[in-house]
Design a binder for this molecule. Sequence first.
Ligand SMILES: [Zn+2]
Length: 86
Amino acid sequence: MLYFKYMNDGTFSNEATILWSAIRHGIQREILTAVFCAKCMTSVRIINFRGSPLKNGDLHLKGSCAVCGEDVARVLETSEIVYQNN
Ligand SMILES: [Zn+2]
């Protein structure tokens, strides 16, 4: 049920949903719990994030640090997504 909790934290555009769903659930969880926060100076969990595709096909995640609430973001390269899906 953890996966659903993580999924429900985020909002994705249709295109971003396709990119995101290509990633294994285990990898999704790793990604969402390893976003660098400049304020905490460490990797944190991202919450209330939005996923949107970039022009080059990469997936951009933008949200808040689960610890301090600071804005955090992470870009997932398309090549990274494809590699992890194999
Ligand atoms: Zn933080």
